[in-house]
Structure formats: structure tokens, C-alpha cells
Design a protein around this ligand. Structure first.
Ligand SMILES: Cc1cc2nc3c(=O)[nH]c(=O)nc-3n(C[C@H](O)[C@H](O)[C@H](O)COP(=O)(O)OP(=O)(O)OC[C@H]3O[C@@H](n4cnc5c(N)ncnc54)[C@H](O)[C@@H]3O)c2cc1C
Length: 307
């Protein structure tokens, strides 16, 4: 296991401690504000307006995951439908990301599929793209199954995510090619064991590039979702060399991470989207951001000291 992976495993383990959680919830507001656009949809939409002014589009993400009751899942679904309707009144491109565990996947696949279908029907009315985020490896088969079911039901403005740290992702991509699935390629943000995930960053990076290229070669719309300058430069070089049209792909990054680079890529004429999380259920999202980058831990320490 390389140092990056050990660091991530350590932070994700500490993040489960109730004492750390309590500390971050009471004293971590500054840190939350850096990565989360606000508690409410109104605050998130203000952040989106600011991004649009810099030529960067947005992916709205209502925070919330791993719900344990049908009631919670239905409440999130109601909020997601409210989000889609609110986007319908806006002039810019409409795009939402969601997690199936937010819609009750852990209770039953059918519940998640039914709730998602109602969100998709609403999204279709306002031409809103919906991306199903990818969660940890034990949920992947169920996520892809629900995706396939809704794809067969005719929802094409629907995409999934593949994680390059997972050994299975090459096979998953191959299975999605015949469906013409829009894919987002990411490195992956969860703690995964060596049996399922590469632990060496060089392999994760190599598979990231391989997945992006294979997906583009097979005509899938591809979201290249990374902040990694080496991977971004390589993809820019490769698409130019191959003559891949700029409508075939886009760059995606997270709100609060490398915002200058997001605007710079947009000025160069690439489509760029920032993933804009909002809501009060920010703890799991924030733990993954801290775990991604040792520098973020110093930011945590400073935030906790300053309150
Ligand atoms: C739009 C989007 C959607 C995502 N959706 C999912 C999902 O559905 N499922 C999932 O598991 N994961 C998802 N992720 C998270 C992803 O898996 C990674 O954990 C995350 O993007 C960090 O990896 P990285 O590719 O930026 O590379 P890293 O290896 O973390 O970073 C590579 C390099 O990028 C630069 N960099 C990174 N962070 C910063 C920073 N804060 N400031 C300056 N430079 C920085 C540095 O040069 C760093 O060395 C998503 C990420 C994005 C951008």
C-alpha cells in the first residue's frame, strides 16, 4: 500500500469516530464553507450563478447518503424533485448528481429504482441531465442494475461513474459501451481493500487514462473528473492528437478545489463543470475530501483551532 492510500485509510477510519465527528460538526464551519456551497438550495444557486459568470457550469448535489428508512428516502426524493424544478427556471445547463443510497438502495433496489424514476420523469420535463454517483464497492452491482433497468425504460439523459482504483472498472466499462452510457471517470474516494482496488497510485492513474480513452474511442460521452494536472494535460494532448470533438467530453472538478484552473480550462474553450454540494448532511462528503489530500488536514487543524 503506498503512502497516499495509507493516509486515506487512516483519515476515513478516524472520521468514523463519534468524537471527531462531534468536533468537526461544532468547530468545522470554515472547512465546510470551503467545500460545501451552503445549507440551502438558494445558497447553492447563488454559488452556481458565480460559477457561470466565470464560464463554469454546475452539477448540483443535494448532500445525503446511506439512508436507513423509506421515510428518509422519500424526503430526499421530494427535495431532489424540488431541485430539478428550480433548475427548470434557470437559463444555464441543468445537471444533477445523486446517490442511490440516498434514495433507499440499502432498503431495497426496487424502492431506489422507483424513486429515481420519478426524479427522472421530472428531469426529462426540463431537460436536466442526471448522474448517478458511484459509492463503495459492495453497492456497485446494485447501482449498475438500477441504472440498466432505467436505461431500458428509455431514460437516456442518465449517466454513471466508474472509479479507476477498482480492478473491475475495465469490465464495467465494456458492459456499458453497447448501451451508449454517458460515463464519468474518477479515481475513487472510498476505503477499498486490495482484493478489489489498486493500492498503488501509479496503477490508479494509468487505469484512469485508459478508461477515459477507451470510453471516448467507443463514442461514450466522457466526463474527465480529476484535479490532477498531469492527467488533465495528457487528456488534452490525446484528444487533440486524435481529433476528438470537444462536444464528446468535458472536464469536471469539485466546488472549492482548483477554481482558477476550472475557469482557465473554460477560457480555453473546454466544457467545465464543478460539482456543487449543498445541504446539512455534509459530514461523509467532507471526510472524503479531507482524506484525499494531506494538505487538507492542515486546513482542518487550522479551522478547528480558529473555530
Ligand atoms: C466531479 C467529480 C465527481 C466525483 N464523483 C465521484 C463518485 O461518484 N464516486 C467516487 O468515488 N468519487 C467521486 N469523485 C472523487 C474522486 O474519486 C477523487 O476522490 C477526487 O476527485 C480526488 O482525486 P483527483 O483525481 O483529483 O486526484 P488526486 O490524486 O487526489 O490529486 C491529484 C493532484 O490533483 C491536484 N489537486 C488535488 N486536490 C487539490 C486541491 N485541493 N488543490 C490543489 N490541487 C489539488 C494536486 O496536484 C494533486 O497531486 C468525484 C470527483 C469529481 C471531481
Amino acid at each position: 500500500m503506498d503512502w497516499n492510500q495509507s493516509y486515506r485509510a487512516f483519515v476515513l477510519a478516524v472520521a468514523q469516530s463519534p468524537r471527531f465527528q462531534a468536533l468537526l460538526r461544532t468547530r468545522g464551519r470554515r472547512l465546510v464553507r470551503r467545500f460545501v456551497a451552503g445549507d440551502t438550495l438558494e445558497e447553492a444557486l447563488r454559488a452556481v450563478d458565480a460559477l457561470e459568470q466565470g464560464g463554469v457550469h454546475a452539477i448540483l448535489d443535494l448532500l445525503g447518503e446511506m439512508v436507513t428508512s423509506e421515510e428518509q428516502a422519500r424526503k430526499f426524493q421530494e427535495e431532489l424533485i424540488g431541485l430539478v424544478r428550480a433548475l427548470g427556471g434557470r437559463a444555464y445547463p441543468r445537471y444533477v448528481s445523486l446517490k442511490l443510497s440516498q434514495l433507499g438502495l440499502d432498503i431495497s433496489e426496487d424502492l431506489a429504482a422507483d424513486l429515481l424514476e420519478e426524479v427522472l420523469a421530472e428531469a426529462q420535463q426540463v431537460d436536466c441531465f442526471v448522474r448517478i454517483d458511484m459509492e463503495d464497492s459492495p453497492r456497485i452491482d446494485r447501482v449498475l442494475k438500477v441504472y440498466r433497468q432505467l436505461r431500458e425504460a428509455g431514460y437516456t439523459r442518465l449517466g454513471v461513474v466508474l472509479q479507476s482504483y477498482l480492478k473491475r472498472s475495465e469490465r464495467d466499462l465494456e458492459s456499458l459501451i453497447p448501451l451508449g452510457t454517458p460515463v464519468r471517470i474518477v479515481k475513487g474516494a472510498y476505503r477499498e481493500p486490495p482484493e478489489v482496488a489498486f493500492q498503488d497510485k501509479r496503477l490508479v492513474d494509468a487505469q484512469f487514462l485508459w478508461l477515459c480513452k477507451k470510453s471516448l474511442e467507443n463514442g461514450l460521452h466522457t466526463a474527465i473528473a480529476t484535479h490532477d494536472p498531469v492527467l488533465i494535460e495528457e487528456m488534452k494532448r490525446w484528444v487533440a492528437e486524435r481529433g476528438v470533438g470537444r462536444e464528446c467530453f468535458e472536464f469536471q472538478m469539485l466546488y472549492g478545489v482548483r477554481p482558477g484552473e476550472q475557469r482557465r480550462l473554460a477560457q480555453e474553450g473546454y466544457t467545465v463543470r464543478a460539482y456543487v454540494p449543498y445541504g446539512t448532511d455534509w459530514y461523509p462528503y467532507l471526510s472524503r475530501r479531507i482524506a484525499e489530500r494531506p494538505e487538507n488536514l492542515w486546513f482542518v487543524a487550522r479551522s478547528l483551532l480558529q473555530g
